[in-house]
Design a protein around this ligand. Structure first.
Ligand code: PLZ
Length: 445
């Protein structure tokens, strides 16, 4: 029997063990052809997507609480994205915007100017990946300020290229034996309420960070402070209220540019177009990727016109940045987010999931904290009664979810955070079903 969203009934989604025989066969081929450094969380051979479902080559339906790491929030594929991509592909696939321009690139930049926080005049430049956007934001900030230092935070994740590895906090697996790293990157403490001294306010955590900036680097040497308004890979760390605001104020006072990395948090994921909005913070530059284009590779830097335009003509670019197919996908994604009101959908997901997860935490001493915003939610697992990370427990819960057909991801500096990134279009019944699987997995511990 199938349900309204085309899926099977609870308990009837899996037709083989996970991974099934077709997936196992693909894994064998993959081991002989693909570099070992690129593993997969769940080695099922993906055949089709849907609103909250992934179907594998063995016919198993998995409930998708990963969205390809916060990418396919508007659907996989969103019908409007599939149509827009097909239409664009039939006209032209590439011209290189630096050779001959096209309207969709300009339109994406217009949308970014309107959707990102702040009423000031803005400009944007388009790239291919999140890491590339972050690299360019740093290039722009250095050029515009004539300063070199960049400040980042504990637990930060900004990418895997040489500069962004330096900006990323965690050694394993991102940086280990990949050095030497780019210089002039300085790390300061993040506001991490679960791990900070009890009662530390956002303002106090900001003072702790900015004091170090002043003391170790010198405000006059800092081009930019780069921050994820809610940290992603680092553990879905939501800073204490007022932290971002205080850091932003310090930056403004000292002529330091504030770059918000909204690559994971952006495009309705946290229940607003951008996570900075929850804290009423207007960054000077903002990096976006992931959710912007429904799975097509696209990224952007958007910022104050005078900062963005400081760079000489030809100083920014690339062969593929703002590819027309990716731009068509972005425009259809943004339209889908508007018409299906996906920021509000993320808020509904937050309400429903937090109700269940908070109740679960009440009866589960291994859950140190439930946190997050919108459809970016997490549980941090610890040894009961302590804040000592329990990485093994987390891994067991994730594996149990996978075996029951629910695709969850882990994250965190200590690998002890289970994170939920459902597509914003997930039907209520599917989310409920997935939460029941998670409750079981946690109870079985
Ligand atoms: N900034 C905040 O979350 C990408 C990384 C997965 P790219 N996060 C997923 C992995 O293990 O590689 C990310 C992010 C934030 C930058 C990036 C980098 O974006 O598109 O992966 O380069």
């Amino acid at each position: 029997m199938t349900t309204a969203h085309g899926g099977k009934q609870t308990g009837n989604r899996l037709v083989t063990g996970i991974p099934g025989p077709q997936s196992a066969a693909l894994q064998q081929r993959r081991d002989r052809a693909v570099a070992a450094g690129v593993p997969s969380v769940l080695p099922v051979a993906t055949e089709r997507g849907g609103d909250g479902l992934l179907v594998d080559a063995d016919g198993n339906e998995l409930i998708d609480l990963a969205s390809g790491i916060a990418v396919t929030g508007a659907g996989n594929p969103a019908p409007a994205v599939a149509d827009a991509v097909a239409e664009q592909v039939s006209r032209f696939t590439h011209s290189c915007f630096m050779v001959t321009p096209y309207e969709s690139y300009v339109r994406v930049c217009e949308e970014l100017g309107e959707l990102t926080p702040g009423d000031h005049e803005k400009r944007s430049a388009l790239f291919n990946s999140g890491a590339e956007a972050v690299e360019n934001a740093v290039k722009i900030a250095r050029h515009a300020t004539g300063r070199q230092a960049v400040v980042v935070f504990d637990h930060a994740y900004h990418g895997r290229t040489n500069l962004t590895m330096a900006l990323t906090a965690k050694n394993m697996p991102y940086k280990h034996r990949f050095g030497p790293f780019a210089p002039e990157v300085h790390r300061v403490p993040m506001s991490y309420p679960f791990r900070d001294p009890e009662g530390m306010t956002g303002q106090q955590a900001a003072a702790r960070a900015t004091t170090q900036m002043a003391k170790h680097v010198g405000a006059e040497n800092i081009a930019a402070v780069l921050i994820e308004p809610i940290q992603g890979e680092g553990g879905f760390v939501v800073p204490a209220p007022g932290f971002l605001r205080a850091v932003a104020d310090w930056c403004a006072e000292h002529g330091v540019l504030l770059i918000a990395d909204e690559i994971q948090t952006g495009f309705c994921r946290t229940g607003a177009w951008f996570a900075c909005e929850h804290e009423d913070v207007v960054p000077d530059l903002i990096t976006t990727a992931k959710g912007i284009a429904g799975g097509l590779p696209l990224a952007a830097v958007t910022g104050r016109a005078e900062v963005m335009n400081a760079v000489h003509a030809g100083g920014l670019g690339g062969t593929y940045g703002g590819n027309p197919v990716a731009c068509a996908a972005a425009l259809a994604t943004i339209e889908t987010m508007r018409t299906r009101e996906l920021a509000a959908a993320a808020q509904r997901i937050e309400r429903e999931a937090l109700r269940r997860l908070d109740a679960l935490a009440e009866r589960t001493p291994a859950i140190g904290e439930v946190r997050g915003r919108g459809a970016m939610l997490a549980m941090e697992f610890v040894r009961p009664g302590t804040t000592e990370p329990d990485t093994e427990f987390t891994a067991r819960v994730a594996t149990a979810c996978h075996e029951a057909g629910v695709l969850v991801l882990t994250c965190g500096t200590y690998g002890n955070v289970l994170r939920l990134l459902p597509p914003l279009v997930i039907p209520d019944a599917l989310l409920d079903e997935a939460l029941s699987v998670i409750e079981h997995a946690v109870a079985a511990g």
